[in-house]
Design a protein around this ligand. Structure first.
Ligand SMILES: NC(=O)C1=CN([C@@H]2O[C@H](COP(=O)(O)OP(=O)(O)OC[C@H]3O[C@@H](n4cnc5c(N)ncnc54)[C@H](OP(=O)(O)O)[C@@H]3O)[C@@H](O)[C@H]2O)C=CC1
Ligand SMILES: O=C(CO)COP(=O)(O)O
Length: 339
C-alpha cells in the first residue's frame, strides 16, 4: 500500500482516485471547492463530474492544499492544462521534499508551446522533484468507474518510476503499459483532442463514417509528422497514446472534444459551446498551440490549420472541410519520405 494524493476532482482525477482507492492505496483527493470535498467525504459521490458513480468509502477528500501536498510522496496532477501552472504555484510553498509527479493532462500550452512535463520542470525546482511520469491512453473516466477494461501507458525517462506508476494503478480492469517516450506520449495525448474536435464537426455536419475514418487516419499522419520532428519515437503514435486515444476520442459520445465539435458542426458558436459543456475541452487551446508548432517546425498540418481557421478565424465548418478536400494533389506517404 502506498500513499497517493490526487490534485483535481474533475472527471479524470476522481476516476483515478477511485482506482487508487480500490487498489487499497491510502488515497487523498484535493478539490479547490470545499463543498465538493465534503460531498466526497460525506456521501462518497461526485455528482457534478461522475453523476452515476459511487466512490469507494476509503477514498478521502480535502480542500486543504497544504494537507494534500503533505499526505503523500506521489502526487497525481489531474487539472486542465490551463490551470496547471496556477495549481503548482499554489502548492509550491508546501513542497519541502522531492516527490514523484504523475500528470494526466492532455494539452499543450499556447505561445510557450510547452508540453506538460516541461511545465512541471519549469515550475518545480529540480531538488523538489523525484521524477515525472505521464499517464495517458484511451480512457474515458465514465467507463473506468464502471470497471470496463481499459488500457493506458505510464511514460517516464526514469524506467523505475514508470514501473512504480504501472504497479500503483494496475488491476483487473485497468491495464498499464510502460514507455520511455515522454515526448511522443504527451504529444499523442494532446494532439488527438484537435482531431477529435474536427471529427465531431464532420459528424455535426452530417457527413458519415468515410469522413471520420479519413480524419482519424490523416490526423494520425499529421500528428506523427510533427511528433517525429519534435523528437518522438515514430512507433509511439501507433500505440495506445497515439492511435488508441485518437480512436476513442474521435468515436465516443463520452469525449468532450468530440461533443464540442459536434455542436460546432451543427452551427453553434464556440463561445456558446464552451459555456454549455461545463467541463474542459482541451482541444480548443491545443489547436492554437498545434498551429503555432506546425509553423515553428515547418510541418504541414492541414486538419489543424482548417480547424484553427474555423475556431479562431471565422471560417464556417463546411468551408473548413472544403479547404481540406480541395488541397493540391498528393502522394499518400509524401510527407514521410523525408524521415
Ligand atoms: N475525463 C477523462 O476521461 C479524461 C481526462 N483527461 C485529461 O485530464 C485533465 C483533467 O480533465 P478532467 O478531469 O476530465 O476535467 P473536468 O473538466 O472534468 O474537471 C476539471 C477539474 O479541475 C478543476 N479546476 C479547474 N481549474 C482549476 C484551478 N485553477 N485550480 C484547481 N482546480 C481547478 C475543476 O474544478 P471546478 O469544478 O471548480 O471547475 C474540476 O474539478 C485534462 O487535461 C483531460 O484532457 C485524460 C484522460 C481521460
Ligand atoms: O482523453 C480522453 C480519453 O482518453 C478524454 O477525452 P475528452 O477530453 O475529449 O473527453
Amino acid at each position: 500500500m502506498h500513499s497517493v494524493t490526487v490534485l483535481g476532482a474533475g472527471s479524470w482525477g476522481t476516476a483515478l482516485a477511485f482506482v487508487l482507492a480500490e487498489n487499497q492505496h491510502d488515497t487523498l483527493i484535493w478539490s479547490h471547492r470545499k463543498d465538493q470535498s465534503q460531498e466526497i467525504n460525506d456521501y462518497h459521490t461526485n455528482k457534478k463530474y461522475l453523476p452515476d458513480s459511487e466512490l469507494p468509502t476509503n477514498l478521502a477528500a480535502t480542500s486543504d492544499l497544504q494537507k494534500a501536498l503533505q499526505h503523500a510522496p506521489t502526487i497525481v496532477l489531474a487539472v486542465p492544462t490551463k490551470a496547471f501552472r496556477e495549481v503548482i504555484q499554489n502548492f509550491l510553498p508546501y513542497l519541502s521534499e522531492p516527490k514523484t509527479f504523475v500528470h494526466v493532462s492532455k494539452g499543450i500550452e499556447p505561445d510557450s508551446l510547452k508540453r506538460i512535463s516541461e511545465i512541471i520542470e519549469e515550475e518545480i525546482p529540480e531538488h523538489l522533484r523525484k521524477s515525472i511520469v505521464v499517464l495517458s491512453g484511451p480512457s474515458h473516466a465514465e467507463e473506468v468507474v464502471l470497471r470496463h477494461p481499459t488500457t493506458v501507458t505510464a511514460a517516464s525517462v526514469d524506467e523505475h518510476s514508470a514501473k512504480f506508476v504501472q504497479d500503483l494503478f494496475m488491476n483487473h480492469y485497468l491495464r498499464v503499459y510502460t514507455n520511455e517516450d515522454v515526448i511522443g506520449v504527451e504529444l499523442g495525448g494532446a494532439l488527438k483532442n484537435v482531431i477529435a474536435l474536427a471529427a465531431g464537426i464532420v459528424d455535426g455536419l452530417g457527413y458519415g463514417d468515410n469522413a471520420k475514418a479519413a480524419l482519424i487516419t490523416r490526423g494520425l499522419a499529421e500528428i506523427s509528422r510533427l511528433g517525429i520532428k519534435m523528437g518522438a519515437e515514430p512507433y509511439t503514435f501507433i500505440g495506445l497514446t497515439g492511435m488508441g486515444d485518437l480512436i476513442v476520442t474521435c468515436t465516443s459520445v463520452h469525449s468532450r472534444n468530440w461533443r464540442a465539435g459536434n455542436l460546432l458542426g451543427k452551427g453553434n458558436s464556440l463561445e456558446q459551446v464552451l459555456e454549455d459543456m461545463g467541463m474542459v475541452v482541451e482541444g480548443v487551446r491545443t489547436t492554437k498551440a498545434a498551429y503555432q508548432l506546425s509553423q515553428k517546425y515547418d510541418i504541414e498540418m492541414p486538419i489543424t490549420h482548417a480547424l484553427y481557421d474555423v475556431l479562431f478565424e471565422g471560417m464556417t465548418p463546411k468551408e473548413g472541410v472544403d479547404q481540406l478536400m480541395l488541397r493540391t494533389k498528393k502522394h499518400e506517404l509524401e510527407d514521410f519520405k523525408s524521415f
